[in-house]
Design a protein around this ligand. Structure first.
Ligand code: HEM
Length: 407
């Protein structure tokens, strides 16, 4: 059997998923590294096989999308799904039957979704929007480039060649999670999450054909969890560091909106943490070993920060150093050094002094005169960044790729 056909067979999902669940798809060397100890009792399912998520992928979406790609159906599917946007919108006619059935089934909210909590989360996302957009967008972005598997996946997939469009597409999901109507009938979260699930399934199939990709199937359930923790878990921890007042009900609701999103993205319920204690424990287990420097991550970071600086017109010579300092402040020195974010002696100090005061002012703890000038630059930079991607997002849609990054 040739290398490519062996990989193809592995990627054919159903069998793989079943074997993965039993821990049988893993090569011997990898199996010996297994030490998955996070208990499914801490998950929203409350029970599960306890299989190591490094060897579990998406057994429903993967074979489906692989078949769509092999049949050459994806361009037509993308065209049909272009205007499918709202949670309550019927699917367009003409989709392949297997895909239509999959989306209809998987677009539903899980039985454990709680409308009340989703509403509280929407209010929380609105009132804390500035922090959350910054933490999820810039912070999450800088963390993801310091996750070797993710950095390489992004770099060698189609979107790696056009990072502005890539970020705009990713922001579509980010903004829809944070929107007031996220999971209401007029919102877009269910649609963006299902489209993303299909994109990930396509990436699993396509990347294995890339000469730059190692002999493994990308985007395992473990990889999904790693990235998930760079979003809500990281954001909650940083907001706690900044002493943002957050009630228990708000914290619980914010977790909930991300639990529902995880489910719709194809993360199995048995891996989705049920509460913050379980989430923090899982994050501490999966995140540190998944992080480190790569050439690809450093290059992506430089592109992302360059774009961020271009979008924030704060005056000549200010934007890039300020963006570097902001990014370093958000993710900390270790990750910033892995990402080779330049140290900015003046701005690093200014940002770490100014940000906590800006938070205090926004939370009504101190008056405006006590807020330093640098804080308003940060406030403005964050606003411009959010506005830029909100606007950019209107020009693009999440689409299933048919190729990897062109050579
Ligand atoms: C695409 C979000 C996990 C790699 C996307 C897109 C979104 C997204 C919204 C669509 C944007 C686009 O098409 O460019 C998420 C979320 C995750 C997650 C919320 C976890 C909770 C991961 C992981 C990896 C990954 C773990 C890799 C290890 C990719 C790649 C693309 C993609 C390569 C497609 C890029 C392209 O070629 O266009 N993701 N992702 N994602 N994601 Fe993820």
């Amino acid at each position: 059997m040739t290398e490519l056909s062996r990989r193809k067979m592995l990627a054919s999902g159903g069998v793989l998923g079943a074997l993965g669940a039993l821990g049988m798809a893993a090569p011997a060397q990898a199996r010996s590294l297994m030490n998955w100890t996070w208990s499914p009792q801490g998950s929203v399912a409350g029970a599960g096989a306890g299989a190591d998520p490094r060897w579990v992928w998406d057994e429903e979406a993967d074979p489906l999308v692989a078949a769509l790609l092999d049949r050459g159906d994806v361009p037509k599917v993308n065209e049909l799904l272009w205007n499918w946007e709202r949670n309550d919108q019927p699917l367009p006619a003409g989709l392949p039957k297997d895909l239509h059935a999959f989306i209809e089934r998987e677009r539903q909210l899980p039985s454990w979704a709680d409308r009340g909590k989703l509403e509280t989360a929407a209010e929380f996302n609105k009132s804390r929007g500035l922090y959350l957009n910054l933490l999820n967008g810039v912070g999450g972005g800088m963390l993801s480039t310091a996750i070797p598997k993710e950095a390489r996946a992004v770099y060698y997939s189609k979107g790696g060649a056009d990072m502005e469009d890539r970020v705009a597409k990713t922001s579509l999901l980010g903004f829809s999670v944070g929107a007031l109507d996220a999971y209401r009938p007029g919102g877009t979260c269910q649609v963006e999450a299902i489209k993303t699930r299909l994109v990930h399934a396509a990436v699993r199939h396509l990347l294995q054909q890339s000469p730059h990709w190692p002999d493994e199937i990308p985007i395992s359930q473990n990889d999904m969890l790693v990235t998930w923790h760079t979003l809500p878990t990281f954001a909650m921890r940083r907001m706690r560091d900044w002493k943002v007042p957050i009630s228990d009900a708000e914290a619980d609701a914010y977790l909930h909106v991300w639990q529902v999103t995880a489910h719709l993205l194809g993360i199995r319920d048995e891996y989705i943490p049920a509460d913050w204690k379980a989430a923090n424990a899982q994050s501490d287990q999966v995140l540190p070993p998944a992080m480190g420097p790569t050439r690809e991550g450093v290059e992506l970071t430089d592109i992302l920060l360059g774009q961020l600086a271009d979008q924030t017109s704060l005056g000549t010579g200010i934007s890039r150093p300020l963006c570097n300092a902001l990014a370093r402040y958000l993710v900390g020195d270790k990750v910033a050094d892995w990402d080779r974010i330049r140290r900015e002696p003046i701005w690093d100090l200014a940002v770490s002094a100014a940000w906590p005061l800006l938070v205090k002012f926004r939370e009504g703890v101190i008056d405006k005169p006590l807020v330093p000038e640098a804080a308003w630059l940060l406030d403005e930079a964050a606003r411009q960044y959010i506005l830029f991607y909100l606007t950019k997002g209107q020009e693009t849609k999440i689409e299933i790729p048919t190729v990897n990054r062109p050579e």
